[in-house]
Ligand binder design. Structure first.
Ligand code: SF4
Length: 270
């Protein structure tokens, strides 16, 4: 396993408590102008705020964006495709395994002629759309993202944000985002000590982080790969590998923490 952490985007964002954002990617100029003309997205909402949205399957929101995924979302999508997370990360993600791949015309790799082809297991950002979500230690807010100028989606006030979240099946994904954000924070507390004791590891991590920030392809780190990490963890501990996605996520978090601890020990012994 490579001794790097910052190569993984969700780890590079240590300290961030936001749900994985949708990142616009190479927007057509007319969208950029339209978005500038319309200005920023709508106001801040809470779960009890009035909000409704009817998708009319125009599919426009599935173009030109970097759809961020965390390891749980990769696992859900991999199982939908009937493959391992290792294969999924290799074939269906980009940017170091943290975004869904896009086709030559900038469509999400899972966009079909009619609609999303992985709809039951689509990531959180797709479930929340057209809302964004931002969380801090004791607060959670939602905000309307600027829509595609030609969207056929219909906005309303006939229900609440909470109703919308329930209809989208967002809660297991929000829970996974919270657990990985907490993991990031625990790693953030552990890594400085390990790096202080083992400066060569920090130099390696920084070089990889710079490659990531410069738009280079740092490759998919094994740390993000639930099947690979959990398999090794189960072999080490002589336990049966779980099949259930929630248990697999729990084992993955344990495996990452164990790896970080081993790195710290290595650093302390250096
Ligand atoms: S996963 Fe589905 S909903 Fe999300 S961007 Fe891709 S095609 Fe669209």
């Amino acid at each position: 396993m490579r001794d790097t952490f910052y190569e993984a985007g969700w780890l590079a964002e240590i300290g961030s408590t936001c749900a994985p954002p949708i990142r616009w990617h190479r927007r057509p100029r007319r969208w950029v102008n339209e978005i500038r003309r319309r200005g920023a997205s709508g106001g801040v909402s809470r779960r009890a705020s009035l909000f409704s949205y009817a998708c009319n399957r125009c599919r426009l929101c599935c173009y030109g964006k970097g759809i961020r995924v965390n390891p749980y979302e990769v696992l859900r999508l991999a199982r939908r495709r009937g493959i391992s997370t290792t294969e999924f990360l290799k074939h269906y993600t980009g940017n170091g395994g943290i975004e869904l791949a896009r086709t030559a015309d900038e469509a999400c790799v899972f966009l079909g002629p009619e609609a999303c082809t992985v709809h039951p297991d689509r990531p959180l950002v797709c479930r929340l759309y057209p809302l964004g979500r931002r969380v801090s230690q004791d607060d959670e807010v939602f905000f309307e993202l600027t829509p595609h100028p030609e969207t056929k989606g219909v906005y309303g006030k006939g229900a609440t944000v909470q109703d919308f979240l329930e209809a989208q099946g967002a809660e297991p994904f929000i829970d996974a985002a919270r657990r990985y954000a907490e993991l990031r924070q625990r790693l953030a507390a552990t890594l400085p000590a390990a790096f202080a004791a083992a400066p060569e590891l920090e130099a390696e991590a920084r070089a990889t982080a710079e490659s990531y920030q410069d738009g280079g392809d740092p490759g998919v780190p094994e740390l993000l790969d639930i099947d690979a990490m959990v398999r090794q963890h189960c072999l080490r501990h002589k336990v049966k590998m779980p099949r259930d996605v929630k248990r697999l996520m729990g084992f993955h978090i344990m495996a990452v923490e164990e790896f970080v601890e081993s790195l710290s020990e290595k650093g302390r012994g250096a």
